[in-house]
Design a protein around this ligand. Structure first.
Ligand code: 5GP
Length: 180
């Protein structure tokens, strides 16, 4: 079934159930890796909010949750490369085990910038858990990118936190643009 968001058409790529199944698997691994480490999950807003919520509900070990906000798409369907630092972390991460929670990695420009910025604050460790990655679009080698929900084609997607012109973030599944 096709859905319309503003001037574009989309069709479902990943169902809510598929996302939840994968998130449970990711959380199981994180529960094991971070036992006795009290990790801090740092979400990159706005897109991460549903992924973060569902992921941390499956985390059974003591953990903290914090957010930062960056933007690079500015409403369109491709990155502008200009990263806007909208909201910095308000917590000290020195000596902490950080799990960066990202909605989607496209070129990797945003993540490369953020990892470098946070590393300067001397965390004990830092890894990235991204819900979606577009391997064919990736231009940076990001060795911290350890956990990936789904690898997808180089196509524009919305839903499950991701927007088109600020719309569609509330969709339960992930939808890809229909190019006719
Ligand atoms: P990158 O810096 O890796 O090129 O882009 C990362 C950011 O661009 C993501 O955090 C997200 O905000 C946005 N982005 C990348 N691909 C998509 C996409 O397919 N759909 C939406 N809605 N945003 C995307």
């Amino acid at each position: 079934m096709k859905i319309q968001i503003a001037d574009l058409e989309f069709e479902q790529l990943l169902s809510y159930e598929a996302l939840q199944t994968r998130i449970k698997q990711l959380a199981k691994q994180l529960n094991k890796d971070y036992e006795n480490k009290t990790p801090m999950f740092v979400g990159v807003l706005n897109g991460c909010f549903l992924f973060m919520a569902d992921l941390v509900k499956e985390i059974k070990i003591p953990c903290e949750v914090a957010f930062t906000k960056l933007s690079s798409y500015h409403g369109g369907i491709s990155t502008t490369r200009r990263i806007r630092d909208d909201l910095d972390l308000t917590v000290n991460i020195e000596g902490r085990h950080i799990v960066l929670v990202e909605d989607i990695v496209d070129t990797g420009n945003t993540l490369d910038y953020l990892v470098a910025k946070l590393k300067k604050r001397k965390p004990a460790s830092i890894i990235v858990c991204a819900m979606l990655v577009k391997p064919d679009a990736l231009e940076y080698e990001i060795k911290e990118l350890k956990h990936i929900g789904f690898e997808i084609e180089n196509e524009f997607v919305v839903g499950y936190g991701l927007d088109y012109m600020e719309l569609g973030r509330n969709l339960k599944g992930v939808y890809k643009r229909v190019v006719s």
